[in-house]
Design a protein. Structure first.
Lengths: 114, 110
């Protein structure tokens, strides 16, 4: 089975641009998470979907970050407009339905905002 | 909110030594996972252990749920074990949140 696929692997954006990151979860997984990882803050939850429904929108990230899941096999994270402080690794993870199940992570997208 | 504290923040070992990593959490956890992240890499799940003791290869995890703590023991460390080890907990049924600790950075030298 394919794991979690994230594209692109690297993204460079100018300040103020709109960027869209993509994620394909493991086939059959119902839970999908978007995280941001930085050295200072560690892993921060941006969004959490269960069966395509948004369960958690990450509070502080709401204003410029929008995650969508239009079908069960594809999710996007839009950052609009980008700021230099958004430079980080963005990780997508999926899991089978149920809190007992293992999280599987994608390889991540490294975003650099100039 | 949920807090996950990991210790030590970093650890340096000689190859062959054992490592003991700690994870303490502030809320009742229905799931606890240990992850490994290589430098510049993504996260790989090592063990899911919400309670009791679990072994896989050179790894042993012991979670004492009522004391809200878990440990990860790495025996006979190898240079390839170098990286960051993260503890994550999940709580709730239905919708739930997964919260990560800040990790323990392990360096195993030859």
């Amino acid at each position: 089975d394919a794991g979690v696929t994230q594209t692109p692997r690297h993204e460079v954006a100018e300040k103020g641009q709109t960027i869209i990151l993509k994620c394909e979860p493991v086939s059959g997984h119902n839970d999908l998470f978007w995280y941001r990882q930085t050295k200072i803050q560690g892993l921060e939850l941006l969004s959490y979907f269960r069966s395509k429904s948004l369960m958690e929108d990450g509070g502080a990230f709401k204003d410029r970050f929008k995650a969508e899941m239009l079908n069960s096999s594809f999710s996007t994270l839009k950052i609009q407009p980008t700021e230099p402080k958004d430079s980080a690794v963005y990780l997508c993870a999926s899991s089978s339905l149920g809190v007992q199940n293992t999280l599987y992570f994608g390889a991540g997208t490294r975003l650099s905002v100039l | 909110g949920q807090q996950v504290q990991q210790s030590p923040a970093s650890l340096v070992l000689q190859e062959g030594e054992n490592a003991e990593l700690q994870c303490n959490f502030s809320s009742t956890a229905t799931q606890l996972q240990w992850f490994y992240q290589s430098p510049g890499g993504s996260l790989v799940s090592l063990l899911s252990n919400p309670s009791g003791t679990k072994h896989t290869g050179r790894l042993t995890s012991t979670t004492v749920t009522k004391e809200r703590r878990s440990s990860l023991h790495i025996s006979s460390s190898q240079t390839t074990d170098s990286g960051t080890y993260l503890c994550a907990i999940a709580t709730g049924t239905g919708g739930y949140k997964v919260v990560f600790g800040s990790g323990t950075r392990l360096l195993v030298s030859p």
